[in-house]
Structure formats: structure tokens, C-alpha cells
Design a protein around this ligand. Structure first.
Ligand code: PSU
Ligand code: MN
Length: 315
């Protein structure tokens, strides 16, 4: 009875595709994908190409993709081609972080889900693994600006594993890792001991644990949640060697763009999209190319972790 009521309540806010509803009911492997990367991370039509390729990669590995977005006040779990096209083309869609969810949905608006809100929506739908590019974190100069991404609090509180290529050096990576430690979020390096810095395989900081096994990562997730240890996990998967960018080139470009953002007085939720767009511009889209490839690689790893997790949860 109680369970039914909860489902009905969710139905008022959440729309899930038939394929995904069935897959989740049967405990199949599902991987969530975010939509801020579509509306604010890349421009049209690269954003659509990247979203579609990510979905295809997940299917090729044997899992089912669930791109998540808010459209006309509904949390959509799984977008069809038309919805994806709409989302990629429409300008000015609001970036929806946790604090924005209630108003955007109450006003029946569209919202692009960040890592934080994609995790939150994934959990509502029962999805446990999520692939993205990079997580938000503690921004440089956060000591003065207090700019710390809500992604980090969500990782502390919401039971979803996030596969990413680390965090961009637009952030203070050292402080980001300190924050995750304080919040009790495990950071696992997939086949690496170094925490990756998105475009490059190393950041100069280490991960807590290296794991070379999808099954071991899945078991660590099950163990964490069995023990009632609240929150998610960061699985850091470095950009494939062949797509890695030159360290000095990307560091110099990043420093320039961060300085420009401060000069222009960019603040708050505009900061990350501003930096992403300008980086693509100053690198002549080299960063965009790397960005796409690392997302596909993360989609592949996430699919395999989801598959292992679905096996051990069925036992
Ligand atoms: N970092 C990236 N690419 C992205 C983002 C972050 O390298 O697209 C997006 C993600 O959706 C992330 C959000 O959740 O930006 C973080 O924004 P903020 O720093 O405002 O919390
Ligand atoms: Mn912020």
C-alpha cells in the first residue's frame, strides 16, 4: 500500500520510458547520463552527437542508457530522439541544480540536470550508476567566493556511483579531494593511482584506491550500501592515452580562461559553462574533441560496472 502510494507520487513528477521501467523492474544494468553537458557543456550539433554516441556505447557494452532531463516540469528518465533534439537545440534552458528543482518543476519549465540533480533523479528512478565527463568541485579562490559545486554534497548524500574523468583544473583539485574526504566519499581510480584532471591523465594528486576490476568496484558499492554508508562514489577513469591533451597547452589555456572569468565578474552557476565554452574556443575545439572521447570512455566503464552490480544484486 505504502509502496504504491510512493510510486503514484513519483508518477506525478517522473516520466520513465517503457523500456527503462521494465529494465529497472527486472534489475537489468542501467546507466544514467546528464543533460547539462548537452545544453551547457557543448554546442549544437556536437552536443547531440555526443549524447547519442554515449547512449550507443552503453548499449554496445550490454547496458541500457537513461539520459535524464527536466522537460515542461517533468523529470524525464530516458529521452526519445525528438526530446534529445529539442534539448540540444533550445537556447537558454536553465541549469537545474538541487536548489532549482522545486521551482523549475512547479513552473513546468525545462531544466538541464547537473551531476548533482542527475544523481538525485537517478536515485528516484532506482538507477545506481551514472556516467559523465567531469564532476563539479571546489573552485579556485573558493576561500573568498564560497563557490563549491553542489555535486560534492550530492555525492555525500545520494547512493549513485559517478564515473568521470576526474575534475578539470578550472577547479582546485586538491581542495575538491579534501572536501570529498571530509564528506566520506570514496574516490576510486579505474586502472590508475592518479586522480585524473579531465583532459590529462594526471592531476598531481592520488586517488584513495586503485581498482582494475569492474566486479570489485561493484562489490565495493554493494558493500557500502549494505552497511548503510550514505552517499555515492567517484570512479575516476582517465581519458584514454591516445586522446590525452598536452599538459602545458591545456594548463596555459585554463589559466587564461579562469583569469578572464574573474576579470569579467562571472559568478555562481554561470562560472562552469563560461569556462567550458571559452576553453573550447581558445583551444580551437581541441578540448571539445577530448571531452567527447572521455565521455564515451566513461560510458563504457559505467556500463560494465552497472552490469557487474546487477549480477551481484540479483544473487
Ligand atoms: N564539469 C565539466 N563539464 C560539465 C560540467 C562540469 O567538465 O559539463 C557540468 C556538470 O553538469 C556539473 C556542473 O554537474 O557543470 C557543475 O556546475 P557547478 O560548478 O555550477 O556546480
Ligand atoms: Mn558553483
Amino acid at each position: 500500500m505504502m509502496e504504491n502510494q510512493e510510486l503514484n507520487l513519483l508518477g506525478e513528477y517522473v516520466e520513465i520510458t517503457g523500456e527503462l521501467a521494465l529494465a529497472l523492474k527486472e534489475g537489468k544494468a542501467v546507466v544514467a547520463l546528464e543533460s547539462t553537458i548537452i545544453s551547457h557543456g557543448m554546442s549544437y550539433p556536437q552536443n547531440i552527437e555526443s549524447a547519442k554516441t554515449s547512449e550507443r556505447v552503453i548499449r554496445e557494452e550490454g547496458a541500457i542508457p537513461a539520459t535524464i532531463a527536466i522537460i515542461a516540469g517533468k523529470i524525464k528518465i530516458g529521452l526519445d530522439d525528438e526530446e534529445l533534439e529539442y534539448f540540444g537545440k533550445t537556447k537558454g534552458i536553465a541549469k537545474a541544480s538541487r536548489r532549482d528543482m522545486a521551482m523549475i518543476i512547479a513552473r513546468k519549465l525545462d531544466g538541464a540536470t547537473t551531476v548533482a540533480t542527475t544523481m538525485l533523479c537517478a536515485k528516484l528512478a532506482g538507477i545506481k550508476v551514472f556516467a559523465t565527463g567531469g564532476i563539479g568541485g571546489v573552485h579556485r579562490h573558493a576561500q573568498e567566493t564560497f563557490d563549491i559545486s553542489a555535486d560534492l554534497m550530492e555525492l555525500a548524500n545520494t547512493e549513485v556511483a559517478v564515473v568521470c574523468a576526474g575534475a578539470k583544473s578550472i577547479l582546485d583539485i586538491g581542495l575538491t579531494l579534501e572536501y570529498l574526504e571530509t564528506q566520506g566519499v570514496p574516490v576510486i581510480g579505474y586502472k590508475t593511482s592518479d586522480f585524473p584532471a579531465f583532459y590529462t591523465r594526471k592531476s598531481g594528486f592520488a586517488v584513495d584506491y586503485r581498482s582494475d576490476s569492474y566486479a570489485e568496484i561493484a562489490l565495493a558499492l554493494k558493500t557500502k550500501w549494505d552497511l548503510g554508508l550514505k552517499g555515492g562514489m567517484v570512479v575516476a577513469n582517465p581519458i584514454p592515452v591516445e586522446y590525452e591533451m598536452d599538459y602545458d597547452f591545456i594548463t596555459e589555456a585554463t589559466n587564461r580562461v579562469v583569469a578572464l572569468a574573474f576579470e569579467k565578474g562571472v559568478r555562481g552557476k554561470e562560472m562552469t559553462p563560461f569556462i567550458l565554452a571559452n576553453l573550447h574556443e581558445v583551444t580551437g575545439n581541441k578540448s571539445l574533441f577530448a571531452n567527447k572521447e572521455l565521455v564515451y570512455s566513461n560510458a563504457r566503464v559505467a556500463a560494465n560496472i552497472a552490469i557487474e552490480l546487477s549480477k551481484i544484486l540479483k544473487r
